[in-house]
Design a protein around this ligand. Sequence first.
Ligand code: 5GP
Length: 181
Amino acid sequence: MERDQSKILISQEELTKRVRELGQQITRDYAGKELVLIGVLKGAVMFFSDLAREIKLPIVMDFIAVSSYGDATHSSGVVRILKDLDEIIEGKHVLIVEDIVDTGLTLNYLVDNLKSRKPSSIKICCFLDKPSRRMVDVKVDYKGFDIPDEFVVGYGLDYAEKYRNLPYVSILKPEIYENNR
Ligand code: 5GP
């Protein structure tokens, strides 16, 4: 696996520290409120589980799985729900936990979809952001790190279902995915 990576972008120490800070901020902001944390499968799974443990409030956890049509490294904006929420979120404070916002198309769709279920509030917490690639305006309320326009893997993020279990974020060598672009 290590041969396929060109450089570690965010080390395990750096991301642990940042996730703790986000958890503390969310704990302060939602004090006294009931929070539903919604993880977007599968990419957000590591971030979700670390973040949840840093939020010192009673939370409800739920998950949604989406697939965006497109090729291996580019999303098309056409999103399909593969697994819907188990919980009813009407009247609840909802925080979407996502791995990365790139063009913004996936989150834009998700927010619209979840808003139609009438939650009390809806916010976004994203581990990574590639602001230079944005196609639609998405308000990210809590953000781990801004990253450059590189294809990254690790800490939940995959390429062809591989590399999710790396405990850090690294840049994948372009030759690994170039043939599929
Ligand atoms: P968007 O709809 O914002 O363009 O894309 C969001 C989704 O694209 C993410 O949830 C993620 O699955 C995928 N994605 C975007 N950039 C990257 C990247 O650098 N690495 C990986 N592994 N997935 C990415």
